[in-house]
Design a protein. Structure first.
Ligand code: FAD
Length: 378
């Protein structure tokens, strides 16, 4: 089998790459060991969010969010422009909300500050004591596994070959080898294995970062926006300890999706009940009525974390056929579409919409897993 592009991994990133490449007229094969969209993509929250951790993170999230808006997904993908409400618990966090508002406004992102009473009227189930918040209006939510499948099916209609149910043994030197030794040869290979990227390329600076999510029974109207505590930014940055943050999403079914936790060094899928308890207690502090809801399911998933919190998008060192599209940590649903566009721009020689340099894997050329550990300690 010979193709222009061979993709290993059928999560949201692999499926987005398949569609973007097929749209360019490339012949494409995508290999996935389980079902499409079953990895972190099925475990994630599906918050399509613009982030301001760095200019590079902003550029990637904002560009990708605009691509999501333009995608015209079917109703089953549950894409809703719900907006994000960043919650300030006290006056110090309200100052952080004000800085965020200035930063976003300067970059053309529609957002507005809310006082404590305005916050309460937007979300009556929030606690009375909160100082206020920032509403970022163009953020959205999506149901990621259905969105991934939709992208893959669109690619298939354009001729892409989807090979599902067989693990990839190796990716490199112009060839993806499946577990039955089938060889998929391609001029360009994309490694999009998410948190499993190091299974086939152990030297990549990617680590699993486990997360827990809980979903409730149906309570239509209980919550209207994606709600995230501003303290989330601290917890997302804490690499030394396990952390939890208040992060709640309304699903179009009326269900409430409650997150989230972050853990390194926990590489099995079991539920950590102590951490789950902390996560739910945090949710009840911000939204006391959550304590009365019926929780129907809990699961875990793995984010693919890099040392500098930016993904690896671009040519792999030492293999001219291999391209990387992994390391998206907690933003891979949001940034999947921009990832695919950056790779396609590189494949076609067209000018990319945003600068690709911050995401190039070459930045870790001298980094090894050992160096990764040292960086984490700094
Ligand atoms: C709890 C949690 C909440 C999150 N919330 C959000 C959010 O709100 N917004 C957001 O933008 N992101 C969020 N994320 C992050 C997001 O889910 C991931 O960044 C994204 O799904 C990564 O997609 P991917 O395609 O790279 O990886 P995956 O979805 O993991 O896809 C990789 C695929 O490779 C396959 N695979 C692995 N090994 C092999 C092999 N050897 N052979 C063949 N196939 C293989 C897997 O089965 C999988 O389907 C969250 C993640 C978690 C865990």
């Amino acid at each position: 089998m010979h193709f222009d592009v061979g993709i290993a991994g059928g999560g949201i990133v692999g499926c987005a790459c398949a569609l973007a490449c097929a749209k360019q007229g490339f012949s494409v094969a995508l290999a996935e060991r389980d079902v499409l969209g079953s990895g972190a993509t099925a475990a994630g929250m599906g918050h399509i969010v613009v982030m301001d951790d760095s200019e590079a993170q902003f550029a990637l999230t904002r560009f990708s969010q605009q691509l999501w808006h333009a995608l015209d997904l079917p109703a089953s993908a549950e894409y809703v422009q719900a907006g994000t409400l960043w919650i300030a618990a006290d006056s110090e966090e309200m100052e952080a909300a004000e800085r965020k508002q200035l930063w976003y406004s300067a970059r053309g992102v529609p957002c507005r500050l809310l006082s404590g009473s305005q916050l309460k009227s937007e979300e009556p189930n929030l606690a009375d004591s909160l100082a206020g918040g920032l509403l970022v209006e163009e953020d959205a939510v999506v149901y990621p596994p259905v969105a991934a499948l939709e992208l893959a099916r669109r690619a298939e209609k354009l001729g892409a070959r989807l090979i599902v149910g067989q693990a990839v043994k190796s990716v490199g030197n112009g060839c993806i080898v499946l577990e039955d030794n089938t060889e998929i040869r391609a001029n360009r290979l994309i490694q999009a294995l998410g948190a499993y990227a190091t299974d086939v390329l152990p030297e990549l600076p990617v680590r699993k970062r486990k997360g827990h999510l809980v979903i409730t029974d149906r309570y239509p109207g209980f919550v209207h926006h994606q709600l995230v505590e501003l303290g989330y930014l601290k917890s997302a940055h804490s690499s030394a300890t396990d952390s939890v943050a208040f992060n709640v999403q309304p699903r179009p079914t009326g269900q409430v999706l409650i997150g989230s936790s972050r853990q390194y060094g926990a590489d099995d899928t079991t539920i950590d009940h102590e951490l789950l308890g902390r996560m739910l207690n945090r949710a009840v502090i911000y939204m006391p009525a959550i304590g009365d809801l019926n929780l129907i399911r809990v699961w875990t998933g793995f984010r693919a974390a890099t040392p500098d919190k930016l993904p690896l998008i671009g040519p792999a060192p030492r293999d001219s056929t291999l391209w990387l599209a992994t390391g998206h940590e907690g933003l891979g649903i949001t940034t999947s579409l921009a990832t695919a566009e950056l790779l396609v721009a590189a494949f076609t020689g067209k000018a990319p919409t945003i600068a690709p340099e911050p995401y190039l894997p070459m930045r870790f050329e001298r980094a090894t897993t050992q160096a990764y550990a040292t960086r984490e300690e700094l």
